[in-house]
Design a protein around this ligand. Structure first.
Ligand code: UDX
Length: 433
């Protein structure tokens, strides 16, 4: 099948690669010429394990192509809309890129052969596909959804860092459509993929995405607040999480306490669901608490350090700027509020991240960045571990050798307290070693 992807961002590019690897032909429609050149040269504009190798092979074999020309979709049988849906100022979802791309698709739809299918992959609030998207497509093309072209909503559940593996091995594939022909085509396209296929209405598919991300975010905020209580009472939060997670109604994943969730999805999606819920007259009390806990959680690092020494004028080493390991993405990273607060308090900050520094520099151009973890630690009064990169997992003695004053605040509990010689090692949810 020839599939066009509108937007070669994270979702669009990974999907284009994933479907091409599954034997389809992918064409990415992208407005950014720099991205187009990179993709056609076999290089991913984002850091994602395995993506470069796959892209190089697919572009060489002519199975994947990027272009800015919307006419590139005319010969496709399906069009996946993968443009961004950022948060507006008030937390609601900004649909301008969806509107733009639908208007352009509508102008090409009449030129397409057979029964083309338009699939919304972008995360959108319930009702968007059957309302706004359908409206723009029908008005612009003078065609009818369900008669002349198919319409569906298929949310994506890809995690950054493991996106290609997630694509190949989904837990479930959600197909939101009211149209039998569209259902058949999409079931065929996904017939070789594992995971249960769930056929629901487009609005239910849209809600499944928000509900899943908001529930996972709730799980994290729950365990994060529990971690603070465990720490005060001398209980190891990981023991509690393991004990809870073994109950298969609760399950282990997403019970790792840390400095709070970040990234391009969780904060944005929870906010959008809150806004939608409020608009519909359902007070989003649970989600409000989830976001409140998440906004306070990164500041644990500062509070715990302050209990040991006044921070003004001190040199603080920050390890980890990406919102999680194996990605260069720093969007909504807990490092942002921590560093902002430290700078406000008059600290000198020296930061290091194996992949995220280039992106972080766009947010904090004047911050001091180190070339290595060891350079960042040298002479520091305190070290704050924010991201659980593997390379930070060293014996505490290694930290002690380099730091001026070995005070270590570990918000991810990646160090082994038994490896400390003199350090004051404080880990979130476990207290002082
Ligand atoms: C998430 C969803 O998992 C994915 O299904 C969705 O489509 C996009 O958003 P991603 O943003 O890549 O994926 O990251 P994920 O691995 O889910 O982690 C999100 C955040 O939660 C990170 O900041 C991470 O550090 C944090 N987290 C996760 C925890 O603090 N504890 C956990 O136990 C799990």
């Amino acid at each position: 099948m020839k599939i066009a992807f509108i937007g070669a961002g994270y979702v669009g590019l990974v999907s284009a690669v994933g479907y091409a690897l599954a034997g389809n032909d992918s064409v990415c429609i992208e407005i950014d010429e720099r991205k187009i050149a990179q993709i056609n040269g076999g290089k991913a504009p984002i850091y994602e394990g395995g993506l470069d190798d796959a892209l190089l092979k697919l572009t060489r074999d002519g199975k994947l192509l990027a272009t800015s020309d919307y006419n590139g979709i005319a010969s496709a049988q399906a069009i996946f809309i993968c443009v961004g849906t950022p948060s507006a100022q008030d937390g609601s979802i900004d649909l301008r890129y969806i509107e733009d791309s639908c208007a352009k698709i509508a102008s090409i739809l009449p030129k397409m052969k057979g029964y083309p299918i338009v699939v919304v992959k972008s995360t959108v609030i319930p009702g968007t596909t059957s309302g706004l998207v359908k409206g723009i497509l029908e008005k612009g093309s003078k065609l009818r959804a369900g008669r002349d072209f198919g319409l569906a909503m298929m949310p994506e559940f890809l995690r950054e860092g493991t996106a290609l593996a997630d694509f190949k091995h989904p837990d479930r594939i959600v197909i939101g459509t009211m149209d039998e022909k569209t259902r058949k085509v999409l079931m065929g396209l996904h017939s070789k993929f594992p995971g249960e296929k769930l056929i629901v209405s487009p609005s239910a598919a849209e809600m499944i995405k928000y509900a899943s991300n908001s529930f996972l975010a709730t799980k994290i905020s729950f365990v994060n607040q529990l971690a603070l209580l465990c720490e005060k009472t001398g209980i190891d939060v990981d023991d509690v999480a393991r004990g809870m997670g073994l109950d298969n109604r609760i399950a282990m994943p997403f019970l790792r306490a840390g400095p709070g969730f970040g990234g391009s999805c969780f904060p944005k999606d929870v906010r959008a669901l809150m806004h939608f819920s409020g608009k519909e007259g359902v007070e989003p009390t649970i989600l409000e608490s989830v976001m409140l806990v998440n906004s306070l959680q990164p500041l644990w690092l500062i509070g715990a350090a302050q209990e040991k020494m006044p921070l003004k004028g001190k040199t603080i080493c920050i390890l980890g700027l990406a919102f999680k390991p194996d990605t260069d993405d720093v969007r909504e990273s807990p490092a942002i509020p921590v560093i902002s607060q430290l700078l406000k308090m008059g600290c000198k900050v020296l930061a290091y991240d194996p992949k995220g520094m280039a992106n972080f520099k766009k947010l904090f151009p004047k911050l001091d960045y180190a070339n290595s973890m060891d350079d960042a630690l040298k002479g520091a009064d305190a070290c704050m571990i924010i991201t659980d990169w593997k390379e930070f997992k060293k014996p505490i003695a290694h930290y002690e050798r380099l730091m001026k004053n070995p005070l270590i605040l570990d918000s991810r509990r990646i160090l082994d307290p038994k490896t400390a010689i003199t350090a004051s090692y404080i880990s979130l949810g476990r207290g002082i070693a």
